[in-house]
Design a protein around this ligand. Structure first.
Ligand code: G1P
Length: 271
């Protein structure tokens, strides 16, 4: 059973400047709802009972968003607005399942994951990258269902334009399980077009084993001087750990880039 999720939220959000110069990108509204809430709702709907947020001192605003009681109480006291009351209730509901941990130096996703080590209780946990919004289907729920059947790690996969492989983690397939899933042979972080093993990209939903922490402890910096989760996953595969790539059926929205962010509001508005 997967009961815990982690969400790295310490990134600087430079691709969304100037929107992120004074604000956290994960709190930006997407069609009138905070981006991070879509991710939390996906977790709750997938049966997750606890979510660990990895933030930084610079991103305290995220914590404040969930702990702004004084402000809400005052407003609700003066103005009995049902909409505000129900929004406040929702935030309090979220708060019950959220924990915070700090990554003050943005050293990469691998380093962010390592910060959650003391919180993870079960053999496997879910990680969601908040830039990657998947709508129409609950990708996490579908991956958890695969994990429950096969008892192994699962990562989301999407076919991308060959010209863009150097923006993603790229899979090399071992064998197809069915039309939507395959066993992974290898995964490479942001390869160049000539060395990319395929055009199947890693998308930000991962079911990872607790033993990844042992790999991350000694993980050296990789592409772009960052500690990548992809490189630790690679080590697990080399040691014979089974990982399934799941070609999800929902629609992918890249909320970490300006173009994608703008498009995401329009796409969600159409639902
Ligand atoms: C991260 C991962 C990469 C993955 C991508 C999905 O990259 O390192 O393997 O393909 O998320 O969005 P980032 O977006 O942090 O550069």
């Amino acid at each position: 059973m997967i009961r815990q999720a982690i969400i790295p939220l310490a990134g600087l959000g430079t691709r969304l400047l100037p929107l992120t110069s004074v604000y956290a990108k994960e709190l930006l509204p997407i069609n009138g709802k905070v981006g991070l809430e879509y991710i939390i709702d996906e977790c709750i709907d997938a049966g997750i009972k606890e979510i660990v947020f990895i933030i930084s001192k610079k991103k305290q605003i995220i914590r404040k968003y969930f702990y702004n009681d004084k402000f809400y109480r005052k407003i609700i006291k003066n103005k009995k607005d049902l909409r505000i009351i129900s929004e406040y209730k929702k935030i309090k509901k979220y708060r019950k399942i959220i924990k915070f941990v700090y990554q003050n130096n943005p050293k990469g996703t691998g380093d962010a994951v390592l910060k959650t080590k003391k919180f993870i209780k079960d053999k496997f946990f879910l990680m969601l990258l908040p830039d990657d919004l998947i709508i129409k289907r609950n990708c996490s729920k579908e991956m958890i269902s695969i994990h429950n059947k096969k008892k192994c790690s699962v990562m989301a996969s999407m076919s991308v334009n060959k010209k863009t492989v150097n923006r993603w983690g790229i899979y090399s397939k071992k064998i197809n399980i069915n039309r939507n899933s395959f066993y992974i042979n290898d995964v490479v972080e942001k390869p160049d077009i000539n060395s990319a093993p395929s055009s199947n990209a890693v998308i930000g939903r991962y079911i990872l084993p607790k033993k990844i922490f042992n790999k991350l402890k000694n993980q050296k910096k990789g592409k772009g001087g960052e500690i990548h989760i992809t490189d630790a996953i690679r080590k697990l595969i080399k040691e014979g750990h089974k990982i399934i790539g799941y070609t999800f059926k929902g629609k992918y929205l890249d909320c970490g880039s300006m173009e994608g962010y703008i498009k995401s509001s329009m796409e969600i508005n159409k639902l």
